[in-house]
Design a protein around this ligand. Structure first.
Ligand code: SF4
Length: 323
């Protein structure tokens, strides 16, 4: 059994919303709401859900790019929300992020070599020569020529830019990497190259990934476990194979059915048509947050919130799981 690397308990991230000239409080967005799960060393835990479900906020809160509203997150036994700035700075070496849009996350005025070297300049006191050597090593690791180090980001394709982002994320030899939709801005033909690169690097460097995606097909071959989120809550979490092949939560079933199938000859899964729009996270529905769209809704779903419970070896938050 793999060791626990991260333990998240009752994590909440709420964003206050203001309106008008006098910035009157208009409500609170429940981006991440009472979320608990574990991440094991060396695994890829995929977090999937439609846009606005809180998955990116979850990843950023774990790295303290945004501060949590409430809850605990233990990394190697330390509650990261209680660390001082100095302690957090040290921990950041072990926890990195790869962003969705490689172009937006790379400074267009910096040479690629300097972009990759940036974390080394900030966190390590290295001689220039040692730093250059490390940058060359990182470029080779992600499949970029060393000579490209003097070029600027706009001179690269989307896939190459994502390789630059990956090299930068790995500069400090992290243990844990949040991959925030790292392939969704790329052409389908390039997506598989980046996914293969991430898989190879995980094996080589013994990395643990939190892989955020809106597409279950993308995470299917890469992740060990999958966590499905809807409106800031976990709906289902379990082994990717089981979640994908036999979803127990109606929302998971919908996500799989709604996701484009990469192989046009593949048999379509049973369709599940949902009515209505995603409810507002400013004013989430009572009871089960999915009840306004769920074809299996019963009266209890509207008043009583289902808690995550063990069903057939995974956790599901539904009064009537699809067993
Ligand atoms: Fe559907 Fe009820 Fe389950 Fe919610 S609790 S997903 S409304 S069946």
């Amino acid at each position: 059994m793999a060791r626990e690397l991260m333990k998240v308990r009752n994590l909440k991230k709420y964003f206050p919303v203001e309106k008008g000239l006098f910035k009157k409080k208009a409500g609170v967005v429940h981006a991440v709401d009472h979320v608990s799960f574990d991440i094991y060393e060396g695994e890829t835990l995929a977090v999937v859900g439609e846009s606005g479900c809180g998955k990116s906020t979850l990843g950023r809160t774990l790295l303290r790019i945004v501060e949590a509203t409430e809850g605990e997150a233990f990394f190697e036994g330390k509650d990261i929300f209680k660390l001082t700035n100095h302690e957090m700075r040290e921990l950041r070496k072990k926890m990195q992020i790869i962003f969705q849009d490689p172009f937006a996350s790379l400074n267009p005025r910096m040479k690629v070599g300097d972009i990759i070297a940036e974390p080394l300049v900030t966190h390590e006191s290295m001689e220039r020569a040692a730093r250059d050597e490390r940058v060359a090593e990182l470029m080779e690791l992600v499949g970029l020529r060393k000579a490209y180090g003097t070029r600027y980001p706009h001179m690269f394709s989307g896939g190459q830019r994502q390789r630059i982002g990956i090299a930068r994320a790995l500069a400090l030899n992290p243990k844990f990497v949040v991959c925030d939709e790292p392939v969704s801005a790329l052409d389908v033909s390039i997506q598989s190259q980046i996914i293969n690169l991430l898989s190879r690097l995980q094996e080589q460097k013994k990395l643990t990934y939190l892989f955020i995606s809106h597409d279950l097909h993308v995470v299917r071959y890469l992740s060990d476990r999958t966590c499905v989120m809807f409106l800031g809550k976990i709906m289902e979490i379990g082994s990717t194979n089981e979640v994908y092949n036999r979803p127990l939560h109606p929302y998971t079933k919908f996500l799989i059915a709604a996701s484009p199938v990469p192989d046009p000859h593949a048999r379509q899964k049973e369709k599940l048509i949902l009515e209505g729009d995603i409810p507002s996270p400013l004013n989430p529905p009572s009871g089960c947050r999915f009840h306004t769209r769920c074809p299996y809704v019963q009266s209890i779903c509207k008043s009583q919130e289902p808690v995550l419970q063990q069903v057939e070896g995974r956790e599901v938050a539904c009064h009537f799981p699809l067993v």
